[in-house]
Design a protein around this ligand. Sequence first.
Ligand code: PMP
Length: 348
Amino acid sequence: MPVDVLERAARELPDWDGSGASVMEQSHRGKRFIAMAAQAEADLRRLLTVPDDYAVLFLQGGATQQFALIPMNLAGPGDSADYIDSGHWSEKAISEAAPYVRVNVAASGKHDAYRRLPARDSWQLDPHAAYVHYTPNETIHGVEFHDIPEVGDVPLVADMSSNILSEPLDVSRFGLIYAGAQKNIGPSGLVVMIIRRDLLQRAGRPMARIFRYAEQAAHDSMLNTPNTWGWYLAGLTFQWLLAQGGLEAMAGRNRAKAERLYRAIDGSGGYYRNRIERSARSRMNIPFTLHDSALDAVFLQESEAAGLLALKGHKALGGMRASLYNAVPLEAVEALVEFMGDFSRRHG
Ligand code: PMP
């Protein structure tokens, strides 16, 4: 999270908004909290130019819960849904959806070890599908779509957990966008969802009200006590993003950060390697390996000692991974690149 946001939250923790108590101690039905929540939504709408015919929801339970709730809300009995499998998180979305909808894996990058996106002309989309689900950025595999797939009239559903707010977005191309907050927004547990209002009319399947998007929209995401702390921090992050110049500015920075690191990897003569096809490389998550995996532990130890944290790759892939979310400044990437150069000279 941006240091400015953390510092402001720390300052405001004991006495938020002149209330004499922390934001977590406010009633979510109180004037102060309602005003803050509305401002957070307005700021998110401004950042992403969210059209009026979309509802914005602040939900709980993480993105994984949405893997199941999306089919439960959007698909009726007997319906099928198309899924694009581009890596670990797509696979999870597929397996969690399978009990609730007939899943058609319309395309998969699995046979390429998810090193590229499945070729667009290979997608077997069904024009009668309830929706098409895809993962624009695969956090673990480090592959990213750099355009929005054209899927005709079928609503496009996107898990933007790891790339939301990293660049401007044409929301009108989507039926539903959702994101676990813990990368570019705020604390884990909170989910931000942007859903086209007509999809709220879908019957889905019988289920508890708390899981129903239409109910959440009708009650401003306050069917029960919302994640007040998460909502507040998300609001601070949105304010911070606006103050940075909005998503155009973030896109420029994120591009520069990713280019810097890929240039260092590609220019290392094979010492470091990123195996993702260039056109599908992620700007947010950059996995890389060392030429000799016996050096991995040393790399991690020394990088941590140098103040460069969280570089261990996911256990499914091994190696390293640098996550360059919005809050990571270019200087941090410069420091990593410098460390990598130094490390390769010392351990060559
Ligand atoms: N989707 C993507 C793209 C992710 O990176 C993650 C992990 N943060 C998830 C889903 C799962 O999120 P959560 O842990 O909030 O359920």
